[in-house]
Design a protein around this ligand. Sequence first.
Ligand code: BG6
Length: 478
Amino acid sequence: IPVDPFDLVIFGATGDLSTGKILPGLYRRDADGQLPEAARIVGAARSPMGDEDFRTLVRAAIHAAIPEKKRDREAIERFLTRLSYVAVDATGEDGWPELAAKMRPDVVQAYYFSVGPGLFGALAERLHAHGMNAETCRIVVEKPFGHDLASARALNATLAEHFDEHQIYRIDHYLGKETVQNLMAVRFANMLFEPLWKAQYVDHIQITVAETVGVAGRGGYYDKSGAMRDMVQNHMMQLLCLIAMEPPYAFEPDAVRDEKLKVIRALDPVRPADLVRGQYRAGGGMGSYHDDVEAPDSRTESFVALKAHVSNWRWKGTPFYLRTGKRLRARTSEIAVTFKDPPHSIFGDQEGHRANLLVIRLQPNEGIKLKVTIKEPGPGGMRLIEVPLDMSFAEALGPGAQEIPDAYERLIMDVIRGNQTLFMRGDEVEAAWAWTDPIIAAWEARGDRPQPYDPGGSGPEDALMLLHRDGRRWREIR
Ligand code: BG6
């Protein structure tokens, strides 16, 4: 779907997110022919720099982010002509009149806050003060959106002084992932799953976001957050919402967000016994968490596993097990829905006869797999085996298929289109913090230390026990 002409200002244009994701993503959209002729991108940051220097920096960023065989020299040069640069001081007056003068009134104006959360308020205020907050302007706000409920509320209130909710795009890049959207298609465009999508037929749900990386390089931020704030409050919560929500009346922003909000509000508080926190040790030639954050006493968790309950008619009784961590065995994100056993087995107790399982894989190898039980082919009698009905997107769509766009590319295009469906509304973010805060407060009050775990594994022993004690097992991280 084409987008309207736009002026996109990226604050923090020289930072990691901008050079690593946003600008290469915009280049890819351009190379695909999605950016209109009149699209312009303005880099804004504190350091003084000319347009040409900025273009040189972005050219290098594209080279670093995109493998050579996927780069198109002509397309890169064309993309660079769209770029210019203004040095602005987020907390002072420098550069603002120049920036304001650059904005064209007759195109979509979007401002991407790719800066630390400490500057969100100041940027919103300056944009307002310089008349850059007209009805049609949009701001894009990165995470972390607050550190707790109080700070998220304060931030929402500050942004609301300068912009309306329909102008605020709070990014959770997990919502831009292809499979996450496919999850909604699978649920709401098929008759097959929805009737079974409830506690009566679903035994339990596992959501895993495992990473192999540690926190080296971002220790300063991460040590103040930990896995609960960094991943659970936002990305994992969004995945849970999409799995658990009622069918929205339409695939429209408020229809979808209203349903997600109801899920968050229906979440029970998590009991301390249903939560495990971990912290990686040194191993495999790599340092420990403590080494990475340079704080030998840190009690911040790099791993969380928990059991959550959504207390509503649909889900009462079906546990949602969530787990996420750094330095684990593999980089894997998936949601696994395990259905209940048939009420009676006419084939007796047979090995190989397992409950149906629907695995929605976010990364790598995006796809959806449904495990069903069939008769083992051959003359060996009525022996049952489990086989996967596999829909790997890469295979299903064939080699000629378009490459799956990165989450950021899709989300930025949605900003320009003015579609907030895949962005978090202010009340949603606050509700997520309202659920997270007491969990964190409880372990802080107890002074809990996270349990150490070996790198390259699946987290602390107790995380395994969380399921064992319910007679269940985590899926392997691979
Ligand atoms: C970010 C977190 O939001 O998401 C990081 O701050 C994490 O700690 C990252 O590594 C994971 O995103 P992805 O897309 O690589 O799964």
